[in-house]
Design a binder for this molecule. Structure first.
Ligand code: ADP
Ligand code: MG
Length: 277
């Protein structure tokens, strides 16, 4: 990788740097424990990967952190607060933003408008107040646009600001989503399979962006099957299977962990093709 940033050794991290902690978190869907007594932490400015075969509970874990589901056991702590059971918008306001496994952009709208939509999450204004804008509100709007344009420049999207997102390649649309989450000012960014569908060049570009995000002091928690991303940008990896943590450590530790190898390769059925890819 050409970027000078390298994943950090997390051995020296202390509890005071801890931003997110899951403590015995679980949820049951009928008879199935989709996530079971899951505990791990994400430190400030750290990139943590959550990996595991298809159906392991990764997206469910994200839904538990972001308030889509309420845990039936355990606690989620973020920036010194117990956020267990908080509504999604309240968790977002506390500083956790996410992208989804499938792209969710306003097709037919420009890059700029899509990213501005994320900006409104951090202002006091409701979108409809723009229709009756006071001078102060219009000033705020002008500042918002400037901030968004600066961010687009950082993400190498500035030349595309006025393009309709629908006309852009998939990999670029992914970066627009990232911009929309970043512009809301997250302390923790949660990415669900950000490299899915990207070609090699786009996934390398994504690596660079993730490391740049981390270097701004933002923590990143990501689910990813693309090992080019997982092994090159994460500082720490948590591997789950059947909702439970089976291993945790540096990328090197995880790469050689027998239980991880077995979880990915040792199954007889063929529903783990995607996970092994
Ligand atoms: N809302 C739901 N209701 C019932 N079962 C669910 C629900 N969401 C996920 N599951 C089940 O929980 C398990 C974990 O799913 P998921 O978190 O999507 O896995 P992953 O993201 O690791 O592929 C799967 O067996 C899935 O079928
Ligand atoms: Mg998933």
């Amino acid at each position: 990788m050409s970027n000078s940033s390298q994943p950090r050794d997390t051995a020296g991290s202390t509890a005071s740097r801890e931003l997110l902690r899951l403590d015995g978190v679980g949820i049951r869907f009928g008879g199935l424990k989709a996530v079971d007594s899951l505990s791990f932490a994400v430190d400030a400015a750290q990139v943590v990967g959550l990996i595991g075969p298809n159906g392991a509970g990764k997206t469910t874990a994200f839904n538990l952190i972001t308030g889509v589901y309420r845990p039936t056991e355990g606690h989620v702590r973020f920036a010194g607060q117990d956020i267990t059971g908080w509504a999604p918008h309240r968790i977002a306001r506390a500083g956790i933003f996410r992208t989804f496994q499938t792209i969710r952009l306003f097709q037919g709208q420009s890059v700029l408008n899509n990213v501005l939509a994320g900006m409104h999450l951090r202002t006091r204004q409701q979108w409809w107040q723009g229709l009756l804008a006071t001078p102060a509100q219009r000033r705020e709007e002008g500042e918002l646009r400037r901030t968004v344009l600066q961010l687009l420049e950082k993400l190498r999207l500035d030349k595309l600001a006025h393009e309709d997102v629908a006309s852009l390649p998939y990999g670029v649309q992914r970066r627009v989503e990232l911009a929309r989450a970043l512009v809301a000012g997250p302390r923790l960014l949660i990415l669900d399979e950000p490299a899915a569908g990207l070609n090699d060049q786009e996934s390398t570009e994504l690596n660079r962006t993730i490391l740049e995000v981390r270097d701004q002091g933002i923590s990143v928690l990501l689910v990813e099957h693309d090992m080019n991303v997982v092994m090159n940008v994460t500082d720490h990896i948590v591997c789950i299977n059947f909702g439970r943590k089976i291993a945790e450590g540096t990328p090197e530790h995880i790469r050689n962990h027998p239980d991880v190898i077995e979880a990915y390769l040792g199954k007889d059925d063929d529903d783990d093709e995607e996970a092994a890819a």
